[in-house]
Design a protein around this ligand. Structure first.
Ligand SMILES: Nc1ncnc2c1ncn2[C@@H]1O[C@H](COP(=O)(O)OP(=O)(O)OP(=O)(O)O)[C@@H](O)[C@H]1O
Ligand SMILES: [Mg+2]
Length: 306
């Protein structure tokens, strides 16, 4: 079991607020439910009991010829294995910048980011990003080739393993009939599925998603959210997911960090494991409203909850 740590600053929607600890007893199980037995032997089970990603006092800045732009200010966050952790905040609050720093593309001005207790200094195959854009896939490669290539190029797998992983994850994202199709023959949603399969096939320690469904129509977006959760139920990967949609944060995440407007600071952390795509009704709406308050109105101070 993951020990009860000082993670959530507040729990919404399921009773009294919990300060200083997360209610892991009532949280979703973090150990795979039969996932290990279904995974091919060389596919690593990412689930362990230790903290995976630690973001410690991280300030991120861009330097332009005219000025320095501070994107985030002293962010502190922890992500645990098999969590679906959401960064939620208004446009320009530094969500993508923070994700890029976790990916290793940007170095913190202050603080540090640790993965498995090792400081992140550069990009690596243990952190794969899925972006919003549909053009993430080399168009001259088929779906299968798109997934196999990075596995071979990074020497993550032998050709046999790469083919096996590709087949496994193509099936998991529901594209078995399209393994030999080219990206231009796929819809936007299907391309995002390939990007997800390609990322998961690399068996990253953490999957980073930057508004992956934002460019999809509402129905496809909902279906993709549902399928992402179903995939997580089966594979139990660790997810750091960026969105500015409150509803998406509630249904995709088991925990949400709410960031303030530019420069982003952690305004609150919330448990959200109790919500899913079937959620609606008054309780869900009131949770959404409270998040909206944090985002736009009340002056909640850092690390506090109303
Ligand atoms: N390459 C860059 N050079 C200079 N400033 C940048 C650069 N990229 C982002 N910024 C600035 O950093 C701040 C944070 O940007 P970021 O893209 O991380 O926000 P975001 O939360 O992802 O926004 P959105 O929801 O619109 O995607 C913004 O003020 C933005 O203008
Ligand atoms: Mg962004």
């Amino acid at each position: 079991m993951i020990p009860a740590l000082a993670l959530a600053r507040e729990t919404i929607g399921d009773g009294a607020p919990v300060f200083g600890s997360i209610d892991r007893e009532n949280a979703e199980p973090v150990h795979p439910v039969g996932a290990g037995s279904r995974l091919p032997a060389h596919i690593v089970d990412n689930t362990t009991d230790k903290s995976l990603l630690s973001i410690r006092g991280v300030t991120l800045e861009y330097e332009t010829p005219e000025r320095i732009i501070r994107a985030t200010h002293r962010i502190d966050l922890d992500v645990f294995p098999a969590e679906r952790f959401v960064l939620l905040g208004p446009s320009g609050c530094g969500k993508s910048t923070l994700l890029k720093a976790v990916a290793g593309f940007i170095r913190p001005r202050e603080g540090e980011i640790l993965l498995d207790k090792k400081r992140i200094t550069h990009p690596g195959p243990d952190r794969i990003v899925v972006f919003q854009e549909f053009d993430q896939l080399p168009p001259w490669k088929t779906v299968r080739q798109n997934i196999v290539f990075p596995l071979l190029a990074s020497k993550t797998a032998t050709r046999g393993q790469a083919n096996e992983r590709a087949a496994y994850f193509i099936d998991k994202v529901g594209l078995s009939g399209f393994a030999d199709a080219y990206p231009h023959q796929l819809s936007g949603g299907m391309k995002q599925r390939v990007a997800i399969a390609r990322a998961l096939a690399m068996q990253p320690r953490i999957l980073l998603m930057d508004e992956p469904f934002a460019a999809l129509d509402a129905l496809t977006r909902r279906k993709m959210q549902k399928d992402l959760i179903a995939l997580w139920e089966e594979v139990r990967f660790t997810l750091l997911f960026v969105t500015h949609s409150i509803e998406e944060a509630l249904v995709v995440g088991n925990r949400i960090a709410i960031l303030s407007p530019h420069p982003g600071r952690v305004r609150a952390e919330l448990n959200s494991h109790q919500w899913n795509l079937g959620s609606g009704g008054e309780e869900f709406q009131s949770a959404a409203r409270r998040i909206e308050n944090y985002l736009f109105e009340n002056g909640a101070t850092e690390n506090s909850a109303a």
